[in-house]
Design a protein around this ligand. Structure first.
Ligand code: DGI
Ligand code: FE
Ligand code: FE
Ligand code: FE
Length: 187
């Protein structure tokens, strides 16, 4: 499938606002890839696909993960975590994406992970700072992104963790571990 057809297919899975977000993440991912020396084409493709099933019913997302034995302990945490690993599985099947770097960047774009690759960091950060995003810390994140992708991502995870704490919600341990690992990289 060519890129244009893929874009139409992704667009058909989500409301217009989420498609705008997807295009924003593609733009920001390309800019970050150029800035930090990653493959801009891979970054753009991972960004295009990162929220592929975000608007599917949660039960369908869950089914995908169960079918592939990848549900793990995710049901113990926020349902918003499911769409990332589910999208990685789905786009491999649907679009024949076989590049492990791209699939991992999709899989870990929400949670992060220990030992994030440059592509993981790019898509995860682009998801926070794309032009359509508007949350209190986004200005700080955009500023940090100019000089350190790791510092910007730590600030991103901090904002997510604070938000979850403020709502009295659990935090997925992998996010805490991802944040710690980024701080270690900055030592
Ligand atoms: O899909 P998006 O809205 O573009 O962004 P995302 O995939 O980064 O999802 C972020 C949502 O996930 C955000 O509303 C917070 C929620 N979430 C719930 N628990 C956790 C979590 N995010 C992280 N990183 N860690 C969690 O434990
Ligand atoms: Fe997402
Ligand atoms: Fe994110
Ligand atoms: Fe997103």
């Amino acid at each position: 499938m060519d890129r244009k057809a893929m874009m139409e297919e992704v667009r058909s899975q989500m409301p217009a606002k989420r498609w705008e977000h997807t295009v924003g993440v593609m733009e920001s991912s390309v800019l970050l890839a150029r800035q930090y020396g990653a493959d801009a084409d891979k970054a753009e493709l991972a960004a295009l696909l990162h929220d592929y099933c975000k608007y599917w019913p949660v039960d369908k997302q869950k089914e995908v993960l169960i079918e592939h034995g990848e549900l793990g302990d995710l049901l113990d945490y926020d349902k918003a975590l499911l769409h990332a690993p589910a999208a990685a599985i789905l786009v491999r099947k649907k679009f024949g994406i076989d590049d492990a770097e791209i699939l991992d960047a999709i899989r870990y774009h929400t949670s992060g992970r220990v030992g994030m690759t440059l592509l993981d960091k790019i898509v995860c950060l682009a998801d926070y700072i794309e032009p359509g995003r508007d949350f209190p810390e986004v200005g700080l994140l955009r500023r940090l992104a100019e000089t350190s992708i790791e510092k910007a991502l730590v600030a991103g995870f901090d904002s997510t963790i604070s938000y979850l704490l403020g709502k009295g919600q659990k935090v997925y341990p992998m996010t805490l571990l991802a944040r710690n690992a980024l701080l270690d990289e900055l030592k």
